[in-house]
Structures are given as structure tokens and as C-alpha cells.
Design a protein. Structure first.
Length: 146
């Protein structure tokens, strides 16, 4: 619990995320197999943060996979996939495939990982299998997701 009442820097803390759908969704309607997208930082939540941080729990193979279209951003982005097995935190709990660049180069991983995506770089992410839930965090060096 965060106790903020009456503190000078209250506005710097986000303890209740903003719920938001990705604008590049390839799915029509709800996509099963993932939690709702939660935004923990953007310029709307903390003015001037110039950072967009989203969190999605992957609980099963998404019904639309990938659930975004191949896309680019006008800013740098880091995607982090975090395993939830505290006995082996490097175990992702499934297997994913990054689709990178104009040529669609494939990179597979079943380990906790992070990837840097420079602005203007075409990318996407496909889920191969989900053995147990894991977490996707995307950090965009922009105050809003575009």
C-alpha cells in the first residue's frame, strides 16, 4: 500500500492504472488469453513523464495471435517479457516469437527477455505456447502510445 495523503509528490505515483486497448489490435472485439491492458505511466497520468508503460498478463494463447498487426512507432520502445516462476525467474512460462524488421526476421525465446525496438522499426510478437501466466511490459519513450 502507498500512503500519499497530503504529500508534495503525490502526482508522481500511480497505484491505480488506466485501462486501455492497443490501437493496432488485429482482433475484432475481445481477445481471450490475456488480461486487459493496464497503463502505469503516460503523460495523461503524470504530466511531463514522456514515458508510456503498459502491462498485459498473458494467461493462455491469445484468441487472435498475434493480437497486434505488424507496426512501427515514432519513438523507441522496449518490450520485456517476465516469467512468474519465482523458483526459476528466467523461465518465461511459454514460448514467444518476435517478428522483426521489414524482412520479418524471427527470434524465438522461452526465457524471460527484453528487446529494444528503435523508432521506425517494424515489429510484432506471436505467442507459440503458454504453459503458465507471464507478463508483457512495454516501455515507450513517448508520453502516449502511437
Amino acid at each position: 500500500m502507498i500512503h500519499l495523503s497530503g504529500k508534495k509528490y503525490n502526482d508522481y505515483f500511480i497505484s491505480v492504472p488506466k485501462m486501455e486497448q492497443l490501437p493496432f489490435s488485429a482482433a475484432e472485439g475481445a481477445v481471450t488469453g490475456k488480461t486487459d491492458t493496464r497503463i502505469y505511466m503516460d503523460n495523461e497520468l503524470v504530466e511531463g513523464s514522456n514515458t508510456h508503460i503498459l502491462h498485459i498478463g498473458i494467461i493462455d494463447l491469445p484468441s487472435t495471435n498475434p493480437f497486434t498487426e505488424d507496426h512501427v512507432h515514432p519513438y523507441d520502445e522496449v518490450i520485456i517479457l517476465l516469467g512468474t516462476n519465482m523458483d526459476d525467474p528466467e523461465d518465461l512460462g511459454g514460448e514467444i516469437e518476435y517478428i522483426l524488421g521489414e524482412e520479418g526476421e524471427l527470434h524465438r525465446s522461452d526465457r524471460t527477455n527484453a528487446v529494444f525496438l528503435p523508432k521506425g522499426f517494424k515489429h510484432n510478437l506471436r505467442f507459440i505456447r503458454v504453459d503458465h501466466p507471464f507478463i508483457l511490459v512495454a516501455i515507450s519513450l513517448s508520453g502516449k502510445y502511437e
